[in-house]
Write a protein that binds this ligand. Sequence first.
Ligand SMILES: N[C@@H](CCC(=O)N[C@@H](CS)C(=O)NCC(=O)O)C(=O)O
Length: 215
Amino acid sequence: MELFYHPLSRYSQKVLLGLYEKQANFFPRVVELRDPVQRAEFAQIYPPCKLPLLKTSDGLLLPESSIIIEYLDRQVRGGTRLLPDMPSVNLRVRLWDRLIDNDLNNQLFVLEQLFNESQQDELKIRQLRNRLWLTLQELDNQLADNHWLVGDGFTLADCALVPCLDTLFDLLTPFELDNLCRYRQQANIRGAWELVTDEITLAQAEETAGVRNIP
Ligand SMILES: N[C@@H](CCC(=O)N[C@@H](CS)C(=O)NCC(=O)O)C(=O)O
């Protein structure tokens, strides 16, 4: 298997976390989409040019982080069971995964863009922050009765949430949400996430030092 990804992309981090939880073997293929040459090369493989992308050992191309993790969970024996068998639990895991991607991860992208605008639109920022706070409160309530997001086991829903934590704590500072704070501490000492974090730290340092090609 080959994973095309970028260590600073949250959806890539979601899949990396799943791969490390599954203890899966894969060839890492880092793609810098801001480099026109690398982008053109990647477009030859996958024209929509979105990361992450998994190329399976039989040549199948799989986009979409949740679908990739679902595939890994079925194909790779051992490691953490990311999509539990029990239908009612499986449904809740997939529901939280969707809610996190749509209502949190994608909205954090929008908020980051709004913050980066030279003329910040305060009203839009406040409206979006309020919507995001509702999601955070929902997450905090869910975590009051659950060790990980859905029950005692680490699942696809946690693969979706954990990569969002640093950005959401930076932008929304929800330190009064005790359950979310506890969850973040717990995530930070989870082995699979520590491996992803090492890669993020290295990529951030390279970017700061200007090692990466940023046209
Ligand atoms: N729904 C997709 C989202 C993938 C996505 O938006 N990837 C971003 C990076 S985090 C990307 O490739 N953006 C490049 C572009 O849109 O040109 C997933 O879950 O994998």
